[in-house]
Ligand binder design. Structure first.
Ligand SMILES: [Zn+2]
Length: 383
């Protein structure tokens, strides 16, 4: 293909014509020669030949030997006054055309280069796409699974701020000044610019905020990040996730709490799951309990998942303490009447995920290691 294209020859300068008409006519001749060569070089460029363009550029626009430079030197410089103006105008016009043509040919050459590259990189567009599909983080998956179960029981969803006041995080939840949880060994306080503010240590302040806004009856689940002053290790992280639940109505009892949480345990771990409630203590519930579920991995006979106890600790729960209603009543007097009963529960999402997936290091959730995370894509698909 390249054989069809002749290498351009250097245009030869002739001596300055005597008359202005002679100058115009000779420049018109040069222009005609230029346009023919430009056409030929453009064809070469379409075939990807850059050498043609270089020779063409040198011949016409070269800084010393190029025709335009020579016309400048031998025509324009020695020309007498009135002829200088005419020659200058004509040369400028030719130079403008030459530069525009060079740019156009360069663009053609670049397009040809790109075309050749695309052709050499064999791309079969008929192959099915193999780009990996994204999936939710395992903690998001577990959170959504927990929320889905409570959604099925008529619980709505609420979220609270991660920066809380000591009032919402402690006082309103009946956690007195002297309680060790308020110690700055355990709580991340936000420093002198925000006195009395902290990163919430649990999602329970969300319950207070919901009750301040809503009159009973209510059922609400509150998911979110919480913060503790813990050094990271296999079972601790200064940030982790909880899901909290709250129900308030006129005649709720501990039997309602048990029924709700037994349903949750079976939905979470399987229909054969049994539960047991152990007495416990939380400042904001009375009575309080811990709920265990029979181990889904060994059905209670003892294994690694349940540390050979046959039971898995699932969550903390209890009946809402009257002091909590009293605190809420300061903003929402509906809760003053004393006719409301409520129950609340809370669980750690990381803990739940570690049990479900048989993990022994909480840090894996935060490492961003795709080799770990990609294993959960199948779960997200429901596969
Ligand atoms: Zn077990």
């Amino acid at each position: 293909m390249l054989n069809n294209v002749l290498m351009p020859e250097y245009p030869q300068i002739v001596s300055l014509p005597a008359s202005p008409e002679g100058v115009v006519a000779q420049l018109e001749t040069y222009r005609g020669q230029f346009l023919r060569e430009a056409e030929s070089v453009e064809k070469a460029a379409q075939a990807g030949n850059a050498a043609e363009l270089q020779a063409f550029r040198d011949g016409w626009l070269g800084r010393k030997q190029g025709l335009l430079a020579q016309l400048n030197e031998h025509w324009l410089k020695p020309a007498p006054g009135e002829a200088k103006k005419l020659i200058g105008q004509q040369l400028n016009r030719l130079r403008g055309e030459a530069e525009a043509a060079m740019e156009r040919i360069e663009a053609v050459l670049e397009a040809a280069r790109l075309q050749a590259q695309l052709a050499s990189e064999t791309l079969d567009v008929t192959l099915p796409a193999r780009a990996p599909r994204g999936a939710s983080h395992p903690l998001t998956q577990v959170t959504e699974r927990i929320l889905g179960i409570f959604h099925g029981l008529g619980y709505s969803l609420a979220e609270g701020p991660e920066m809380e006041s000591a009032w919402y995080n402690f006082d309103a939840l009946n956690i007195p000044e002297s309680h060790p949880a308020r110690d700055d060994q355990d709580t991340l306080y936000l420093g002198p610019d925000l006195p009395g503010h902290l990163l919430r240590t649990h999602t329970s302040p969300g319950q207070i905020r919901v009750m301040e806004q809503q009159a009973p009856p209510l059922r609400v689940a509150v998911p979110g990040r919480v913060y503790r002053r813990d050094a990271p290790d296999a079972t601790h992280s200064p940030m982790f996730h909880q899901v909290e639940g709250l129900a308030v109505d006129e005649d709720l009892s501990f039997a309602d709490l048990k029924g709700t949480l037994e349903h949750f345990a079976r939905a979470m771990f399987g229909a054969a799951t049994r539960t047991r409630f152990r007495a416990s203590y939380f400042p904001f519930t009375e009575p309080s309990a811990e709920m265990d579920a029979s181990c889904f991995a060994c059905a209670g006979s003892g294994c690694r998942t349940c540390k050979n106890t046959g039971w898995i600790e699932v969550l903390g729960c209890g009946m809402v303490h009257p002091e909590v209603f009293r605190a809420v009543a300061k903003k929402n007097p509906v809760y003053e009447t004393g006719k409301w009963r409520g129950f609340a529960f809370g669980m750690g999402v990381e803990r739940m995920a570690m049990i479900l997936y048989g993990l022994d290091d909480i840090q894996r959730f935060y490492s961003g290691d795709l080799r770990f995370l990609e294993q959960f894509a199948a779960h997200a698909d429901g596969a």
